[in-house]
Design a protein around this ligand. Structure first.
Ligand code: ADP
Ligand code: MG
Length: 271
């Protein structure tokens, strides 16, 4: 059965999509199957992060019954993703259908949520087995995180832990603060890392762009913890990253060929 991990946050722009893509790649490096599904169907951005602007089908099409799940999968930078439509305003979502598909799969589904708990996020919540809450180390972000955790706990949802993303030189909230206000929750810290922004420019996850960067190493550790695998801190990460940049052309793209007759089918995001 496919385990569905929802990547959620109280506020937008905290690093959900970044976490979703890098966690997926790290899980895959540990040998498990994984697929990332864009669940932010009003403001999808997984396609933008990976430089994919045209798709044979989207998750919106799958939920509407207009496309097969397997036909909507795109491989980019080594990960399987299902994007959402950039221009769809549809909120009629076939969740039962999606849940059944996920149930029949092996491995993990990483579901990248819209921020907060609006109507769509709430309905996607029903098909998640676990959730991972992403926050930034500032007071407004953590305040909205606490509200989100409160709602999830009232619904008896399984919370994997809290990711404090973008920890820089100065911050308003520490790991200890989070551990105090969210007792018993696992906390992961991801540093502010310019390689994350550079990787977005290169249209690939940072774990692909610089596998030993400070953020990449912490994403790998998070994946190991979630999978219950051993994690070893890499030695000489800077040197290894230097050599890794010679290893591959950026992002091995495996985009499906679009046939002429497919161009219009369900692709309301196509130019
Ligand atoms: P969300 O999905 O929650 O809206 P994103 O993953 O799109 O957030 O990230 C928002 C912005 O923050 C992006 O420009 C991304 O490149 C940047 N970002 C995310 N995490 C980091 C990090 N650890 N270091 C530096 N920049 C980051
Ligand atoms: Mg996002």
């Amino acid at each position: 059965m496919g385990e569905v991990i929802g990547i959620m946050s109280g506020k937008g722009g905290v690093g959900k999509t970044t976490t979703a893509l890098n966690l997926a790649l790290a899980i895959q490096h540990f040998g498990d199957d994984v697929i990332v599904v864009d669940g932010d169907i009003k403001n999808p951005n997984i396609g933008l992060y990976l430089g994919i602007y045209r798709y044979p089908a989207t998750i919106n099409d799958v939920m509407r019954g207009g496309a097969e799940f397997n036909n909507a999968i795109i491989k980019k930078a080594g990960i399987s993703i299902i994007p959402a439509s950039l221009s769809s305003t549809s909120s009629s979502i076939g969740l039962t259908k999606l849940k059944n598909i996920f149930n029949d799969m092996d491995g993990h589904v990483i579901l990248d949520f819209a921020p907060g708990l609006g109507r769509e996020a709430l309905s996607f919540l029903d098909i998640c087995d676990k959730s991972l809450i992403v926050t930034n180390p500032n007071i407004p972000s953590v305040a909205s995180t606490l509200r989100l955790i409160n709602i999830l706990e009232r619904q008896n949802k399984n919370i994997l832990g809290v990711v404090i993303n973008r920890i820089g030189k100065s911050y308003e909230i520490t790991r200890e603060d989070i551990e105090t206000v969210c007792p018993g929750k696992t906390v992961w810290e991801i540093p502010e890392d310019e390689n994350v922004r550079k990787s977005a420019m290169m249209k690939t996850p940072v774990l692909d762009y610089k596998p030993y960067s400070r953020a990449s190493v912490r994403f790998s550790e998070m994946a190991a913890n979630i999978l219950g695998k051993e994690f070893k801190e890499p030695s000489f990460p800077r040197i290894r990253d230097f050599f890794s940049s010679f290893r591959r052309p950026v992002a091995d793209n495996k985009l499906p060929e679009l046939k002429d007759e497919e161009d219009g089918r369900g692709n309301d995001q196509n130019p």
